[in-house]
Design a protein around this ligand. Sequence first.
Ligand code: HAX
Length: 438
Amino acid sequence: MTTLKEKLHEKILAHRSRTAALLRDHRHVEIDRVTIGQCIGGIRDVKCLVTDISFLDPQEGIRFRGKTIPETFSQLPHVPGCEYPYVEGFWYFLLTGDVPTMEETLEVVEDFSLRSAVPQYVIDILRAMPRDTHPMTMFSMGVLAMQRESIFARKYAAGMKKSDYWDPMYEDCCNILARIPAIAAYIYRMKYRSDTIIPPGRYLDIGANFAHMMGIPRPYDDAARMTFIIHSDHESGNVSSHATHLVASALADAYYSLTAGLNGLAGPLHGLANQEVLRWIQEVYHRLGGKVPSEDDLREYIWETLNSGQVIPGYGHAVLRKTDPRYLALKEFCERHLHDNELFRVVNLIYKVAPSILMEHGKAKDPWPNVDAQSGVVHWHFGITDYDFYTVLFGVGRAIGVLATIIWDRALGYPIERPKSITTDMLEKYAHGGSWDF
Ligand code: HAX
């Protein structure tokens, strides 16, 4: 057993009694009430999910295991000579809540490299798909195709105690995480780089290996580490995390569960917004003369987009009420590495102009940029101009958080999720003073 798995097991044993005590002694304590607005309006703000992996404060933004993004970046072990921490050390941290030592981190790097071979049939399936298939469909299919590898599914079928569920779930999740960077890079090289596949390197960490397989020189390895970490999790309620958790709650294995999450990520109001941002910026750019637009031209273009009933992609959020710290982390990277990049100048200009327009427009509760407003520029700078690929990059990162969550879901024995629905008739009767006797 690796140090990480042993440590995780200890943490699980210690944590179970906390969940059990809450259920035993405080089961009926009310923590929230639900309004008709929330019921019809996407369950906003209803506190009905538990995760210790991350927490999203509307004003402060995300904390992973209690740490802000800058704290996470500065406190986790760094790849020698690089600006950002090992993704593998971050995985250790998300699973256990403990900052790993360099030795513990390198053990995960080695463990992942032993798990990383992508089965040939997955490659065959990807190659059989029409090349104009959206890369998110390919990515999702690649993960789902591997379901036959599920150790959880095999052990469950053979008969297993509930308290042991977390163990094969952990194995499946590590196998998936070790393989998906290679699947993503394979899709990229096959689809956009004339099928010139680059085999994985040996003994490289996820960031370095991903950059290598994409065929992009340094510092793209650091860009990959940084973007995978910041995209990993945004607490449990967002579509991709919730979909993964929901499907896993039926004891579906990690392959089925993650695929569900990735499919949710592919919605334009969620992860696909990063491709939409680039599509929209390209339109702005070309419509306004193939150069960085003036503030007035940009203002006019934003109003035109809003008046035609479309959203400004990359702006607004269901929970956040300030500039997304993930946007700021990306901006900081851009300031160091892309300061004279034209696209970055356009993104900065949008940041200067769009929030006040959205406030004046008066609809969006959050007029500030989210992560998707800035992420594409980084990839574009490194030559990934095929922006429909960007959500796949988000997906590799998102897998880290949602897989950590479903391991803990299994460890704590969370039950199958099943909220109660009601009819419009019932709501109307209750809203007009009827009693709740349904
Ligand atoms: N541009 C124009 N209108 C916007 C807007 C934007 N960027 N953001 C919100 N609004 C509108 C909504 O469409 C809604 O209009 P209607 O009342 O006509 O339906 C109104 O403002 C109220 O919405 P809200 O309560 O502020 O926002 P929601 O919680 O309903 O939705 C979204 C949050 C992120 C989906 C929304 O802000 C949006 O569509 N943004 C643009 C797409 C985007 O960037 N998505 C990525 C979000 C981050 C993420 O999940 N990444 O994966």
